[in-house]
Design a binder for this molecule. Structure first.
Ligand code: AMP
Length: 567
């Protein structure tokens, strides 16, 4: 007996699999197929991609659904357009001898009108990416009321891409759902949560080793001071000449600002944030996909669902607030068996938050030194030389120029030609990095040994070229601590307060250090060189009819602590 037949599969499906060259079932197929066709309702299959998991659920689905009614009876939800197309292709091959069954792929980035037409023609099986499926549900273009089977394929990838809410929405909107089958390569806590909420005592099968974190991502971090963040980003980009990545920022304004600065400095970059229209967004994504853009700067919301293959680096320009968002961000790289790097630029004062993310995301981070100017130049130099050696000269008309070139370069040695080539490419870099300072903020020796308490480390910033040499715990040597008689009772929260004082003083947020807000008063650290400008701009101004007082916190006149009315 054929091994697939022995699993209980219909002869027509067995015939199709043999024609596809499947001689024997893979481990996940062996364990899933009999269980699923025998009517097991809820199922979790933990298996990596490439283990044959598509067949493990698609063959049972094809055996269980019926040609009639001509209504969607099974729904497969998967993270990407590529996977969606691949699944339908495989299903089409499996159902070769099952007349009357049809499957449709619905995914973003392609005409929704054509997909709606396909659905209207009548299908029993729908394979969809979450975003597009929700679009169809909202347009009432797809009926999910007769869906009995829902398969979540690559569930961890979907959660990484920020689709958790969408998946829950889909599960809630399939009222006739009897069976939920979940396939995933890893089992993070979020997936456990989803399975607990929407599945009933699922049968669980594990193939191979299952990790909670994605082992193909190397998590690295650099510690610098707040006002060196941008320089650090530039240095990381320059140190990775072949980089193809996404830089995450917390706000739209930051995304736009960094993008503008980097563009001015000649980087292939664009920003993706919520202010873009759909056509603008598609244009940016198109350019990023075809690699005309090396880097994309994105906010978390705008990057939701981004599905681009081969991303080498994810850079957290600013740390996200929680571990879940960190996982979503880093999940953009290290996919489909590739290695990826996720870099976080951490400000010395963010170490506490950073350690929490490390703990909650169950990830090991590696601290690296921010490369020196010399390191960057060396790296760029060898990258260029490698490119030179690999340049394809097979189909140019270069041979015809050789005699002329030989004559032209007759008096110059090979070494000199190489030097000139290098100079043309590197002068800009060498000049830029000639006097580049050390951007690292280093943990003091003693605290790295003794401090087990997160967030309590002392840091000192690196040497040469660094005008503001770090700040010790509890007040910076490069900062002045200013007192302001405004607080949370005035309706401010940190971000709005920051915006308020920066707008009034026309200063950039890089000049600010730590901010302490209480009900009635706040304390703000401002770079020494900028403190006077801030006091001048703010002290004596009115806020909601009341005089604002701002002065040196450590040298201020006695204060009653109560609001003073100007009236
Ligand atoms: P998947 O993990 O479903 O993406 O499958 C990985 C690849 O293995 C696909 O190209 C399948 O066509 C192929 N494949 C799946 N099951 C078998 C099998 N039993 N024998 C041979 N190839 C298979």
């Amino acid at each position: 007996m054929n091994k697939f037949e022995a699993l209980g599969l219909d002869a027509r499906l067995v015939r199709a699999t043999s024609e596809m060259g499947y001689e024997q079932p893979t481990a996940i197929q062996e364990q899933a197929i009999p269980v699923l066709i025998s009517g097991t309702k809820d199922f979790i299959g933990l298996a990596q991609t490439g283990t044959g998991k598509t067949a493990a659920y698609a063959l049972p689905l094809l055996q269980l659904i019926q040609p009639s009614p001509l209504h969607p009876q099974a729904l497969v939800v998967c993270p990407t357009r590529e996977l969606c197309l691949q699944i339908v292709k495989e299903i089409d091959a499996f159902k070769k001898y099952l007349p009357g069954l049809s499957a449709v792929a619905v995914y973003g980035g392609s005409s929704i009108v054509l997909q709606i037409k396909d659905i209207k023609r009548g299908v029993q099986l729908v394979v969809a990416t979450p975003g597009r499926l929700i679009d169809l549900i909202e347009r009432k273009a797809i009926a999910l009321d007769k869906i009995q089977y829902v398969v979540l394929d690559e569930a961890d990838e979907m959660l990484n891409m920020g689709f958790q809410e969408d998946i829950e929405f889909i599960l809630k909107n399939t009222p006739a759902r009897e069976s939920t089958w979940l396939f995933s390569a890893t089992m993070p806590a979020e997936i456990r949560k989803v399975s607990k909420k929407y599945m009933n005592q699922p049968k669980e099968v594990t193939i191979g080793k299952v990790n909670t974190a994605n082992a193909s991502i190397d998590h690295q971090y650099y510690v610098t001071s707040a006002h060196h963040r941008y320089e650090t980003l530039k240095r990381i980009i320059d140190f990775n000449p072949g980089i193809y990545g996404i830089v995450f920022t917390r706000t739209k304004a930051d995304a736009q600002e960094i993008c503008d600065r980097l563009t001015r400095e000649g980087y292939d970059i664009d920003a993706l944030h919520g202010d873009l229209s759909q056509p603008q967004r598609e244009k940016v994504m198109g350019q990023f996909r075809d690699k005309s853009l090396q880097l994309l700067i994105a906010t978390d919301v705008a990057a939701r669902g981004i599905d681009v293959a081969g991303i080498s680096h994810v850079i957290n320009y600013e740390l996200p607030d929680d571990a879940e968002v960190y996982t979503h961000r880093s999940g953009r790289t290290g996919r489909a068996g590739n290695q990826g790097i996720c870099i976080s630029i951490v400000h010395a004062r963010e170490m506490y938050k950073f350690r929490q993310i490390e703990k909650l995301s169950n990830t090991r981070f590696h601290k690296l030194d921010i490369p020196t100017g010399k390191d960057v130049c060396r790296k760029q130099f060898f990258h260029f030389m490698d490119k030179l050696l690999l340049a394809d000269i097979s189909h140019g008309d270069y041979e015809t120029y050789v005699p002329m070139l030989t004559e032209k370069f007759a008096d110059i040695s090979k070494e000199e030609v190489l030097k000139r080539v290098a100079a043309m490419e590197f002068d800009r870099f060498l000049k830029y990095y000639e006097n580049a300072g050390d951007l690292n903020v280093r943990e003091k020796e003693k605290s790295s040994k003794s401090s087990g308490k997160a967030g309590s480390q002392d840091f000192q910033s690196g040497g040469r070229g660094d005008s503001r040499k770090g700040f010790a715990k509890g007040g910076g040597t490069g900062y002045r601590r200013l007192f302001v008689n405004l607080g949370t009772k005035d309706g401010f929260y940190k971000a709005s307060f920051l915006q308020f004082i920066l707008d009034l003083s026309d200063l950039k947020k890089e000049v600010l250090g730590k901010i302490d807000m209480k009900d009635m008063n706040s304390w703000v650290e401002v770079e020494k060189g900028a403190a006077q400008q801030m006091i001048r701009a703010i002290d004596g101004k009115k806020y909601r009819g009341r005089s604002i007082r701002m002065n040196d916190a450590d040298n201020r006149p006695p204060f009653s602590g109560k609001h003073q009315s100007s009236k």
